[in-house]
Design a protein around this ligand. Structure first.
Ligand code: TMP
Length: 263
């Protein structure tokens, strides 16, 4: 069997070239990092849970007309996705004050914001992903006005939809991070901005709606324990993990390099 070509390896995912032109296979690792890799652990089964949660959410966003890179979930750890030219920004939407917003501005965590706050971070590990403004984005040409407006519109729609989805399973969507890419069509000026990321407890803050119990990566960042159990609880509430699956035994038996790509 031919070995897959690795295109990129990030902190939590690996991208392999897909069989069809313009496609990639996105493999979800169990590696868990925080603070730009200063904190690292392997949480067995996390990649599987995130793959299921993210596939479910991408499918639903597609259903309401948000263009995403997601084509299909291939197996326990992999998705087939469209290859895009990534825009080097992390777009964060916040509904409740938490995390770096509180640290930066000295706010109390848990205060609901009067309306969703959108922030942009320039993706650059060497610089620790600094906060930037729309002016930086336009002046340094990371995106143009049209693209920026498309990202804002989509980010707010995703926030509305996800907030409702989470509220339906008694979770508060405190904040989340998303990234976008350019999908190039056959013509040179045929470019569409699409959501090109995962959406999972790695990239969202999710609190229980009644108790405010933290059910996301902050449990890892803050050494709160029960990280996998919390991710599993989110998956259970969303109804996305297959019945009877025992974590740790869900991994593909063969390595991603060897695993055949199902059509
Ligand atoms: P922050 O409060 O640390 O800026 O995080 C805001 C949101 O973005 C939170 O839901 C976690 C998510 N996030 C990522 O997905 N990746 C990152 O590298 C960072 C810093 C945050």
């Amino acid at each position: 069997m031919t070995r897959r070509q690795k295109v990129y390896e990030g902190k939590a995912k690996i991208l392999y070239r897909g069989q069809a032109p313009g496609t990639l296979v996105q493999y979800f690792k169990d590696d868990t990092t925080a603070f730009n890799r200063k904190k690292f652990d392997v949480i067995e089964g996390k990649g599987v849970i995130n793959n299921f949660i993210s596939s479910h959410i991408m499918q639903k966003l597609g259903d309401i007309g948000i263009p995403t890179h997601f084509i299909k979930r291939m197996n326990m750890r992999e998705q087939l996705i469209h290859e895009t030219q990534m825009i080097p920004l992390e777009v964060v939407v916040r509904n409740i004050a938490a995390g770096s917003l509180c640290k930066r501005l000295g706010l109390e965590e848990g205060k609901p914001l009067p309306r969703p706050l959108i922030e942009y971070y320039y993706k650059n590990d060497d610089l620790d992903d600094p906060l930037v403004s729309d002016e930086h984005i336009l002046i340094f040409e990371w995106a143009n006005t049209f693209e920026l407006n498309a990202m804002i519109t989509m980010a707010l729609r995703i926030n509305d939809f996800l907030s409702g989805l989470m509220a339906g399973v008694s979770l508060k969507l405190v904040d989340f991070k998303i990234e976008f890419g350019r999908l190039h069509g056959p013509d040179e000026d045929d470019v569409q901005i699409i959501l090109a990321d995962e959406i999972s407890p790695d990239s969202c803050r999710l609190w229980d709606a009644i108790t405010n119990e933290v059910l996301d990566k902050d449990r890892f960042r803050r050494d709160m324990g029960q990280v996998k159990e919390s991710y599993q609880e989110v998956a259970r509430r969303l109804g996305v993990l297959p019945d009877g699956v025992v974590l740790g035994r869900m991994d593909p038996v063969i390595s991603p390099d060897e695993e055949p790509e199902t059509p």
